[in-house]
Write a protein of this length. Structure first.
Length: 521
């Protein structure tokens, strides 16, 4: 670090050589208003909202593109600066529609916030507002309201510099300038909805979230994306015990500021649909609801009487659940009979920016816990098809619906002497089971995932599970005859037994996770 001393609003700050004034101020907790600046994009310098007064410079300077130099004295709240901000706000609002009551950005709009902080004046503009394009569909997930756009060009720069797909550009000049799609282009790259996240106003909105709920009603819970093993940090945002949207959380060690579209919308397939709320046992005539004690006794008796068993755990199960499941199933399985579900797929170059070639967010953690091997799940699936097991315990995966092996697995599972399926819904696989156990989804869990690179990160419950369903760890603990008050207690046990996790606890994992390799250096 090459230290540089500057003064901002009379406060001495030590920053690094090469940092700009806006970065130095942000590091010191001083907010300089801005629209076009984004820490992960190149400098555009076109909004002029971050103008500051610098001693010995005759004109105001933009903080986003002015390097901090030794002895620099900066004023962010002088009368000259405040008047410049007020003028910028007045200019940006000349043609901006007053449609806050119907705008999805209301409540998290920088125009609203900065107007309240830096303008608060009635408009002097007496002419009619010039109207722009409204509700233009840019892609499957993004819609554009041109009247609200302030031409900060964040979206254009993101598509030029991060995805390198170049769907958008600025056309025309002066007050006719607007954001537009290139001819015959559609905004449908795998990271397209990040342009909505970085839009500071309501110009780009999410078609999936549009008009669903006001943002100030949302409960925001920090968690981890369940889409793949990259482990992107997200905010799970809920309303009335339903997920309304995922938003990315900043974590430079994992996903920076971004989130892929597949992960962003993965909650639809994982949390929607009719839930299982009671354990069921197969009797003459079909599956019949029973109490938990009866169902768990049937599981223990059935697995013991029908060895060898095959055991398949979902990659969405937490480390704590995998730890208990491994210990439970090793009583009933032979070599190669215990696996975490994991399959790879081909990715495009844009997908590789964030996505991992799997849909199993915790396959590495599950293997650390003793579930699975480097051979993977495919040999086990083939052995099930070949009839090498008398029973199976499948957790959180619908094997009968796999695109390639589903029909053969459905036939093989139907021939087993005993099948236990633990899931959130009545899937085609669960419909074949002798015992069905209702469990919880990722948004209802507390626990940890270990991502592909060995970073342990924490999930937090954002939803209340339906009455009648049990947490997966509770089911496994009851089958083992053990008692835990919460997942943290299980993590304390596994951290003592597994050297790679030694010394870790939920407090050390924190909001941004802990790297296993760095932990033991």
């Amino acid at each position: 670090m090459d230290p540089v001393k500057i003064t901002i609003d009379g406060r001495e700050i030590v920053t690094e050589k090469g940092k700009t004034v806006i970065q130095a101020a942000e590091d010191a907790g001083i907010d300089i208003p801005h629209y076009c600046y984004h820490p992960k994009l190149t400098i555009a310098g076109n909004c002029r909202m971050c103008l500051v007064e610098i001693e010995k410079m005759p004109k105001l300077q933009i903080a986003c593109n002015t390097l901090a130099t030794e002895g620099m004295a900066v004023k962010t709240q002088s009368p000259k600066v405040l008047e410049a901000r007020r003028a910028v706000m007045e200019f940006l609002l000349i043609n901006h529609p007053v449609d806050c009551p119907i705008c999805d950005q209301a409540g998290e709009c920088w125009l609203q916030d900065y107007y309240m902080e830096h303008d608060l004046a009635a408009s002097r503009f007496e002419e009619r507002k010039e109207h722009e394009r409204k509700r233009e569909i840019f892609g499957p997930y993004v819609v554009f309201d041109g009247e609200r756009c302030i031409k900060c060009t964040r979206c254009v720069r993101f598509l030029q510099e991060v995805t390198r797909t170049d769907e958008l550009t600025v056309v025309n000049r002066s007050d006719h300038a607007t954001i537009a799609l290139f001819p015959e282009k559609t905004l449908d790259n795998p990271l397209s909805v990040n342009v909505v996240d970085i839009c500071p106003v309501g110009a780009l909105t999410d078609r999936d979230f549009r008009f669903k709920v006001r943002v100030w009603y949302l409960k925001k819970t920090p968690s981890i994306c369940p889409g793949c093993s990259t482990g992107c940090n997200i905010s799970v945002e809920t309303y009335q015990n339903r997920i309304a949207r995922f938003k990315p959380r900043v974590n430079e060690a994992v996903n920076s500021h971004w989130l892929c579209d597949e992960g962003r919308y993965s909650f639809h397939g994982l949390t929607e649909g009719e839930r299982l709320t009671s354990p069921m046992i197969r009797q003459e005539g079909g599956l019949v609801a029973v109490d938990w004690d009866t169902a768990l006794r049937a599981v223990a008796t059935g697995l013991a009487a029908n060895a060898p068993a095959a055991a398949i755990l979902s990659g969405r199960n937490t480390n704590e659940e995998a730890f208990l499941y491994s210990r439970l199933m090793k009583q009933f399985v032979s070599d190669g009979g215990l696996e975490v579900f994991y399959r790879e797929r081909e990715l495009t170059e844009v997908e590789k920016i964030l996505k991992s070639p799997d849909r199993s967010p915790n396959f590495r953690g599950a293997r650390h816990m003793g579930v699975g091997s480097e051979a993977g799940v495919e040999p086990l699936l083939k052995n099930i098809i070949d009839g090498k097991f008398r029973s199976a315990y499948v957790v959180g995966e619908d094997l009968a619906s796999l695109s390639d092996l589903g029909d053969r697995l459905k036939s093989a599972l139907g021939k087993l002497s005993f099948l236990v399926v633990q899931d959130t819904r009545m899937t085609p696989t669960a419909a074949l089971a002798h015992v069905v156990l209702p469990s919880t989804n990722f948004a209802e869990k507390e626990g940890t995932y270990t991502n592909r690179r060995g970073r342990v990160q924490k999930l937090n419950p954002a939803l209340v599970a339906p009455a009648g369903a049990l947490q997966d760890w509770e089911i496994f603990a009851r089958l083992l005859g053990e008692s835990y008050d919460r997942p943290a207690d299980i993590f304390a046990v596994l951290s003592r037994q597994l050297p790679a996790y030694a010394g870790l606890d939920y407090e050390k994992i924190g909001a941004l996770g802990a790297d296993l390799e760095a932990q033991h250096q």
